[in-house]
Design a protein around this ligand. Structure first.
Ligand code: ADP
Ligand code: MG
Length: 435
């Protein structure tokens, strides 16, 4: 698996309920093994045959509580082994039986993710002969019907396709005991909330519910509140992963002058590749219409576009055919392109985590990056909240005609300036290619 730096949750980052368990599961003297997490021997040997040597941090933290039957929220970056973290506890309890209907339902946002999760579940369940069905759109329904008819213990699917089967009567949820919302933040970004709620309402009340997400914004909190019972929130998401390498600044600007400012910023910065984040799909489309009149190599990406089109855009972005991508937060986590020199927050995100995720799209692979935020005069408090969380002062920036004013007290004292380091992106032009 991709190695990731694992930061233990800051003292105040996890919820209070996560504290009493820390000594049990993450004692430094006793490195955890899959067996020490409480998994049954045959599951442990199954894991060994897959080739996993030791559990990842999220697996260490989550598995014991999941086995104990607790609803859990697993918050960790991509590539940290969340799938096995939620699949193994189910397998641990699962008994082969003749009961009709699946016992586990896993919802994931896209076809690719469904396929990945199904694959991982199949690998891990081999020794138990536990059948897994993958249900997603864009594929003939026939094979999926057969898989469901034959009977399976685990159904993995996109919310839309699962609803399809429910309405056709080809899938029953009466036997469901274990529900997982994987990549919950992305599912909500894509607009799956109503579908997810419809599905959850049809699952038995007596069940265990797991939620996996890189971020837990308010919209997810509402889902948690409604559909989970006394969940344990395990938060291993590093808050300040890459932000230290990124030159961050902001402009104070009135809403109606943002576009004018954007053109000035692009002309000054001449980004090699940039993402411009917009808060709403509609605004993103509008900005795209405006900007493409000025520059070539512009594209817009958001959750309303079909998956195939999003993939095409991302490929063009990787291939440098697109130099400037206008995006909503839906894509901020999925973008793993190493050449992005600039992030422009055309609209400031509503929560700090999204800010960190957005700017984390630059400064990748050890490169430096630049993040510039447009802040309206009313948004001073948001900016302060961001600064407090990242524990860093974001510099006020200015361009002729856009003299930023900052009628606010600094949230944190400015960090000591290193001697004679040029401010990145101003006195030195690192990225010289034109858009
Ligand atoms: P996430 O859902 O957190 O993005 P995945 O569950 O997709 O991450 O896991 C990422 C990769 O790591 C997968 O290829 C998976 O097979 C592998 N993996 C998971 N757990 C372990 C482990 N304990 N040891 C080694 N590899 C692992
Ligand atoms: Mg995952």
């Amino acid at each position: 698996m991709t190695p990731v730096s694992h930061e233990p949750p800051a003292d105040d980052a996890g919820s209070e309920d996560s504290l009493p368990f820390h000594s049990e599961t993450s004692s430094p003297e006793l490195p955890a093994t899959f067996a020490s997490l409480g998994l049954k021997p045959d599951i442990v040997s199954g894991i060994a045959s897959v080739g996993y040597i030791k559990p990842s941090p999220i697996q260490v933290e989550l598995i014991p509580h999941a086995i104990a039957g607790r609803d859990c929220i697993g918050q960790a970056q991509t590539g940290t082994g969340k799938t096995a973290a939620f699949v193994l506890p189910f397998l641990h309890h699962w008994r082969d039986s003749t009961r009709p209907g699946p016992q586990a339902l896993i919802l994931a946002p896209t076809r690719e993710l469904v396929a990945q999760v199904a694959e991982e579940a199949r690998k891990l369940s081999q020794d138990r002969h536990c059948r897994v069905a993958a249900i997603y759109g864009g594929q003939r329904i026939g094979p999926q019907l057969t898989a469901l008819k034959q009977g399976c213990a685990i159904v993995v699917g996109t919310p839309g396709r699962i609803l399809d089967h429910l309405s056709r009567g080809t899938l029953q949820l009466d036997a469901i005991e274990y529900v997982v919302l994987d990549e919950a933040d992305r599912m909500l970004d894509i607009g799956f909330r109503p579908d997810i709620e419809r599905i959850l309402k049809r699952c038995p009340k007596e069940r265990q519910t797991m939620l996996m997400s890189a971020t837990v914004p308010d919209s997810i909190q509402r889902l948690i509140h409604r559909y989970m019972v006394d969940p344990l929130h395990i938060n291993l998401a590093p808050v300040t992963l890459t932000v230290d390498r990124i030159a961050q600044s902001f402009f104070t600007v009135e809403e109606d002058r943002k576009f004018e400012l954007l053109l000035r910023v692009i002309a000054r910065e001449r980004p090699r590749q940039c993402i411009i984040f917009s808060q709403r799909k509609k605004w993103a489309d509008r900005l795209y219409a405006q900007l493409k009149r000025v520059y070539r190599g512009i594209a817009v990406i958001h959750g309303d576009l079909p998956q195939s089109q999003r993939e095409k855009i991302m490929q063009d972005f990787r291939d440098l055919k697109i130099r400037c991508l206008i995006a909503t937060d839906v894509v901020s986590r999925g973008i793993d392109v190493s050449g992005i020199s600039h992030i422009i927050n055309y609209d400031l995100p509503e929560d700090v985590e999204s800010y960190v995720h957005r700017i984390g799209r630059t400064g990748r692979m050890g490169k430096d990056g630049v993040a510039i935020s447009f802040v309206t005069p009313e948004q001073g408090d948001w900016l302060t909240a961001i600064e407090t969380t990242i524990n860093r002062l974001i510099e006020a920036d200015s361009i002729d005609g856009f003299e930023g004013f900052t009628p606010r007290a600094p949230a944190v004292p400015p960090p000591p300036k290193p001697p004679s380091q040029p401010v990145y992106g101003r006195s030195r032009r690192k990225y010289s290619d034109r858009l």
